[in-house]
Ligand binder design. Structure first.
Ligand code: ADP
Length: 205
């Protein structure tokens, strides 16, 4: 619901001075109590304000939908990204599994000698690797990883909502955050379903 200018002003007064009576709000706006009555009724009914007899109006903490929506829409990947866990592409499947447990992540990113992103290794990739080979201490992750150009990436300045859409569309759990330097795709972060859930919870709190 969109609030009109006067309702926004009332909300501001109650936020600053609540609990506050209707007459006091009217006084601050140089209006009569009767003029304000419909606005106060709307703000109370839609949950922005609550009223207690003999105490007055107070703010419930509900933000306007518009404010919330624009906050969500404007979060950048760089504001919420977490640390990427990188391994060399010649790392064995066995070592990669150990790394995944030690770092407590669901996805590892493989890099080449130039530190450039070359692959993504998920839990299922590693499971598949262990099923298909009986020498996981020797077989490198490059055999089982999803490799370039099939990797979905994002950039620090992308909107988080874009990254979230990619996770849903591609049915994957994480996106590497990449910064290009002289033709090298350096992995500087990671966006996961957890990252997005955390950003969502922080916003609500
Ligand atoms: P899990 O294997 O634990 O279900 P995912 O759903 O993330 O995890 O991975 C499913 C498949 O998608 C795996 O083969 C993995 O290599 C691949 N994958 C994961 N992340 C990406 C990505 N960002 N770009 C391309 N492929 C990916």
């Amino acid at each position: 619901m969109e609030l009109n200018e006067r309702q926004e002003k009332i909300l501001k007064i109650v936020k600053q001075h609540g609990p506050i009576t209707g007459s006091k709000i009217a006084e601050q706006l140089s209006l009569t109590r009767a003029t304000l009555r419909p606005d106060l009724a709307i703000l109370t009914m839609s949950g922005y304000l609550d009223a207690r007899p003999r105490v007055g109006y107070f703010y419930t903490g509900k933000e306007s939908e518009e404010v919330m929506t624009s906050k969500v829409r404007n979060i950048l990947v760089s504001e919420v990204q977490s640390v990427p866990i990188l391994i060399k592409q010649d790392t064995s499947i066995y070592e990669a599994i150990v790394k995944m447990f030690l770092e407590d992540v669901g996805t590892l990113y493989a890099i080449d000698e130039d530190q450039s992103l070359v692959g993504v290794i998920s839990r299922k990739d590693l499971l598949r690797g262990t099923m298909g080979s009986n020498d996981i201490e020797k077989v490198p992750v490059s055999v089982i990883m999803t490799r370039k150009p099939n990797i979905t990436i994002c950039y620090p300045n992308d909107l988080l909502i874009y990254a979230a859409n990619q996770l849903i569309e591609k049915q994957i759990d994480s996106l590497p955050v990449v910064e290009e330097h002289d033709g090298v795709d350096k992995v500087i972060g990671r966006v996961t379903k957890t990252t997005i859930t955390r950003a969502f919870v922080n916003l609500m709190e």
